[in-house]
Structure formats: structure tokens, C-alpha cells
Design a protein around this ligand. Sequence first.
Ligand code: C2O
Length: 579
Amino acid sequence: METCKNIVNPWWCWLLGLCFLCTSAFCTTVGETHYHEFVVQATPVRRLCKTRNIITVDGQFPGPTLEVRNGDHLVVKVVNQARYNITLHWHGIHQQRTAWADGPVYVTQCPIRPGGNYTYRFTIERQEGTLWWHAHTSWLRATVYGALIIRPKEGFSYPFTIPKREFPLLLGEWWNVNPIHVVNRALRTGTAPNVSDAYTINGQPGDLYNCSEKNTVTIPVESGETNLLRVINSAMNQQLFFTVANHNLTVVATDASYVKPFITSVIMLGPGETTDVLITTDQPTARYYIAARAYASAENVDFDNTITTAILEYMSAIPCTETTAQSNCSRPIFPSLPAYNDTAAVTAFSRSLRSLSDNISVPTHIDENLFFMVGLGLNPCRINRSNCQGPNGTRFTASMNNVSFVLPSNFSILQAYYQGINGVFTTNFPPVPPTIFNYTGNVSRALWTPIPGTEAYRMKYGSTVQIVLQGTSIVEAEHHPIHLHGYDFYIIAEGFGNYDPETDPAKFNLVDPPLRNTMGVPVGGWAVIRFVADNPGAWFMHCHIDTHLTWGLGMIFLVDNGVGELESLLRPPSDLPQC
Ligand code: C2O
């Protein structure tokens, strides 16, 4: 599939007839180290006719794009000049043996305090494609995020047509007020947080919103090119459909793993997910909207129903302004978008995803056979107080296997695990739900209230793991993008209703399932994933809808060291922040 080009072998290679060996050794050992300093700071930014001080990295919104190659090393010194605690997470990076650099606050590290700093050091191993980085404290990731692009090693190329140009497109969400206030108010009252005021593409809402026309992002292209769009859903709380007017998209990768190319007019990304698409400029010279709007899977949940746009602009097309004559200028052509609740479009897309290679090793013998139900809940209040303004005087909550995850505050889980500190977490996370019921049916009110806890599930190094993720209809059935830190996993099946262990295994794809770091569990349905737990550490698995994460939709995997140094977690860095 890939070849190692541009490798010049030394003369003695040729002499000894060792060129093939030399080439492979050369190709697998070279890696460059990239040093960056990320200064976290408050920056005034004007959107939707209002200026607001937002938290940024280096004053940029979105933050800087990191561009590396497979096999490279990243050293990012984060200097916190903002007034909030912060950590950064490198979403989708495996962090093999470097869990200390993963970033979720109180899971792998204590926060970087205002005035403090911490240097994240890690290596990109066997990953290519589009990932991203984001803050992993409270709701700071609303504005603190950026692309992380991993190109093939020097001398290798993409397993598809080499694109003429490449564009990262980060989809985001914008609030007219401080997002930290939005989440804090929701936590105080027990209600759902206010929905966003706009979606954005590379930080700009686009010309369908007030005061946004001048700053709409344009993507300049020429006729007859094939270009690569690296689409990232960095929105806080919303699954998004994405499309380009009159153009086909050829999907070539998701979550930094290649897939068998297929053509579609629309893709859907849950928060956290990335999709790489090729787009050929084979249409008449004009300006075409690139657009994204909500996939709202739940029936009774409020969502931001606006549309964000950018413009794919063929270079000789003339934008219409007040001064251009109507006749020779071009107004952007509008695409058709699926209905907000078009679950069929989502299913058609997710079921088209197949690994590029047919030669992958999906584990077949399973050591850890797990079944996790995922969904919302309501905490009843005895007295109807101001902190119980959820449905019928309750507070919203969420859980996995009836445990609503609570972050510790005195140590990180990884530190407590590494140093053997008691009382920070338990290893009691249940492998199966505490009670079996009709998960997607009319669930008895008695089962709506989860138990809060900081619970982990502990596994031996190298365990082969299968997890059935089962959505529930408690409060509201909804599509959940479940993200696992530290690993990619194969998605071997998905379906609607309750998972049936008798009949559904017949549907497992063990030949070419997609490899991802985030699984979209269908609304009122289930998905099955498999991976090998060969990366020691404490790894967060959680819903990437931040509202649900805030309510406790997460759990921790603790993976023990294996045998010897290469199967063991490295020592904590000396500058690791203390609580
Ligand atoms: Cu992109 Cu724990 O998240």
C-alpha cells in the first residue's frame, strides 16, 4: 500500500546487497522533535456583533495547528497566563507509556494553575491523519482547541491521490456569554446548559449570522484539482452534518485511520470525531457553500438549529459586493442538508466506514467481556429548591452502568494509582449493569437515578477487551459519541434497540471494521468495540458531549504494567503539576 521513497542508501548497503534492510530501518527510525510554547491567555475576540474576552492559545482562535509526521516527537510547553486552571489533551494520540502527557484534569494530572506551566512530551507512533488538541478542564475547550495533523513518514505518501491543497476545517460552537458561566449556571440549577448562539468553521460563524459576512472563511481552489479537507468536530455538545454544495466528498480516513474510500454528499461527525475527505473541483467556476448544522437525535432536547458556512471559492469567481454588478458576480450556491433528525443518513454513513486494509488483527479471543449501558438520568430532590430546576424539580445527571462519574480533587487518578494512594478512587466499576432491564423501552422511574462515584475498571496488560455500549432511553434516548483515551478500537457492529448476545454476534465485522477513538452509539441502540489493552495507565472513557461529561457520563480504565520496561508506564515528569 505504501512505499518508502526518496531514501538514499549508503554505498556499503549496495555493496553488501542490504538495501532493502537499510531502507526499512531508515524508514522506521527517523523522527523529528517539534518544540512549541503554548501561552494560554485571555484575548478579546469579536463575533456576532459582540466583543468578548475568550481564553486562547497564543491569542489565536482556533489555536495553532500542529503539523508533524508519523514517528515524530512533540514537546509542548504550556504556560498558563489565564485565570482558570487548565490542562491540554491530544485527542486520539495513543500516548504509549506516556499517560502523564494525556491531559484530562484529575485523571492523568492535576491542573496547571494560573501562573504555572507544564511541558507535554510524547511521540506519534503508528498514526497518520487528522487529530486535534483541546483543553480538558471545565468547558475551556469551547475556545481552546486546534488541529493536529500527522503526515506519513518522510518518503512515504498517502494511500490515495496526492491532494493539491489541504485544509483543516474545525467545526466549533460559540456562545455570546462566557461558556464557563453557562456550565456553572447549569450545575447550580440542575438544568441543561443553554445551547450555543452559533456554530463556527475555523472560528467564524459565516455569512448567515449577523455581523459575520466580512469574516466568512473562504477556501480558495482552482478548477480541476483534488484537495483534502480535514474536518474536525470540535463543537462542545452537538453532532454535526457537514456538506459542500454540488460537490461529492470521497471519505478516506476517520480519527487518523485510513478507510476504504467511498463517495457521499454528506458526512456526520460527533464531537471529538474527525473525517478526511477528498474533493474534486469539477463544477462550473463559482462560489459554493461549505455548511454544517446539527444532527439532533433526541426528540425533546433543545439544540442550536443555526447553520455555519464557509465558501469554496473557485479562484476566478467574483464575489458579489455592493459595488460589483449583479450580472457577473457569484453568490454562493447553497447545499441541501439532511433534516435535523435524519438518523437514516447517519446510519448510512457510519455503516459505510471500513478499514482500508483487509489484513487487520481484530482480537477474537476475549479476556474482558464488558457491557456498559450509557445514558442520562435525573436526581430527585426532596425539597424543590433553586438547585433543582430540572424536569419536575429534579437535577440532570448521566452515567455508565449506573455510576455517575465524579472527578477527584486532591490527586489525579493516575498519580494515586502509581503511588498507591488510597481513598482517591475505587476499582469497583461494574463490568455489566447492576440490573438487567429493557434499556431502550419504557424504563421504570426507579431506575432513573444513578449512584455517584469515582470508579475504575482494572485490567491486566495485554487483555483483549470487548465492550458492548448500550444506549438507554432513560429521560431521553440520544446518540452518544463515546471517546476512549489511550487507544484506538475496532467498531465491529452497531444496531438499534437492545443488543442481543444470541443473534447480534452474527453481524460482527472481523474483516475490515473501522479503527477509531470515538464511537457514535446510535440513538436508542448499541455498538460493539474491541481493542487490546496494551498501554499501561489510567484512561478516561467518556461521552464527548461536554454536557453529558459534566453530568458524569464517563469511567476510567486502569491498565497495569506488563513485563519489563517496554510494557511499563514511564516515570512521572518532574514538572507534573501538583494538586
Ligand atoms: Cu477529546 Cu477526554 O477528550
